[in-house]
Ligand binder design. Structure first.
Ligand code: DGY
Length: 323
């Protein structure tokens, strides 16, 4: 009998196209661009053997209960799995897969886009032109801060943090990093200096957040952390929104405690239109597009399908997460 699978959105790439035509798998694909409601999710997972989900889909005990005891694998098309109760899956013998590696460089590119955009006021300047405000050239018009030669602080020196640091070499920057576990070999290769969390914040002109969202990192960048940063500094977050206390960030930006922010992720996604962040000229917000190059998204989808197939076959996943 064919394995039943629910996929919470249409995916790009050959792996998914092949899955759809595979007679051994009965695939139900959520047809809309918006994620399924909790109710619809619960209905669609009933009786499935495998699930492919996105970061927008919360997979908790209630979804696992709705699916039933035959569920073998939850495969995320993402590296971050904070939307999945991995411990609960593991305790039920359900394999969990993710897609590390393939999105590292693409996400580091976006961190850099935000460093440059926020530091050099790119979005503000482009809107200035489109808004018909460009009437002359003047000495301090839209003047930002230099990126080259500045100090970059990387909070979380995993694969993506290191890729962000590597790019800083081309800009002649000094790189500081903070990581829970030592990364001396990688740091030496990248010319990065290890510091305490507090010192990274205090000494950096650009602070890039690259930790995973966990109970320990939830709210890591709070009012006290922001108060340690330079008033000329820019905060860049391409990891997960809840790592930053957004109310504290708004206050810090408003009070001039820090100069600017570049955010690819926000506490609530999509960012509510009444968020004060949207009224601030010194804030650039992107809609969580860190991994959004077509090539990378295809690779992620292929990996998610490979994890799904391995889980359905009862074998180890090529990339698994254990809670
Ligand atoms: C991830 O993979 O965790 C990103 O946030 C989405 O690409």
């Amino acid at each position: 009998m064919a394995h039943r699978v629910f996929v919470t959105r249409e995916l790009p790439g050959d792996g998914f196209a092949n899955l759809l035509t595979d007679a051994a798998v009965d695939v139900d694909v959520w047809p809309l661009d918006a994620p399924p409601s909790r109710e619809a999710f619960g209905e669609r997972v009933r009786g499935v053997d495998g699930l492919i989900c996105l970061i927008t889909d919360r997979v908790d005990a209630s979804v696992l209960d709705a699916a039933g005891p035959q569920l073998r694998v939850v495969s995320a098309m993402a590296v971050g799995v904070d939307n999945i109760d991995v411990a609960e899956c593991t305790s039920r013998g359900i394999a969990v897969g993710n897609t590390p590696g393939v999105l590292t460089e693409t996400t580091a590119d976006i961190a850099w886009a935000l460093i440059l955009a926020a530091g050099r006021r790119i979005v503000e300047a482009a809107e200035y032109v489109k808004g018909g405000e460009w009437r002359t050239w003047s000495p301090t018009q839209l003047a930002g801060v230099d990126v080259h030669g500045a100090t970059l602080g990387v909070v979380g020196f995993g694969a993506i943090g290191q890729a962000v640091a590597r790019r800083a070499q081309g800009f002649g920057m000094r790189v500081l990093y903070w990581n829970r576990t030592p990364k001396s070999v990688e740091a030496a290769e990248l010319g990065a200096e290890q510091r305490s969390f507090e010192d990274v914040l205090a000494e950096s002109d650009f602070v890039s957040i690259n930790v995973a969202l966990t109970d320990e990192t939830h709210g890591l960048i709070d009012a006290s952390a922001l108060s340690r940063m330079k008033s000329s500094a820019t905060l860049v977050n391409t990891a997960r929104g809840p790592i930053v206390d957004e109310a504290a960030l708004v206050d810090a930006l408003r009070d001039g405690q820090i100069a600017a922010a570049g955010l690819d992720v926000t506490a609530v996604e999509p960012l509510p239109m009444d968020s004060p962040l949207l009224t601030m000229p010194n804030v650039v917000v992107l809609p969580h597009i860190g991994s959004a190059s077509l090539a990378t998204r295809c690779k992620m989808a292929d990996m998610a399908v490979a994890n799904l197939r391995a889980g359905l076959a009862g074998g180890p996943l090529p990339n698994s997460v254990v809670g």
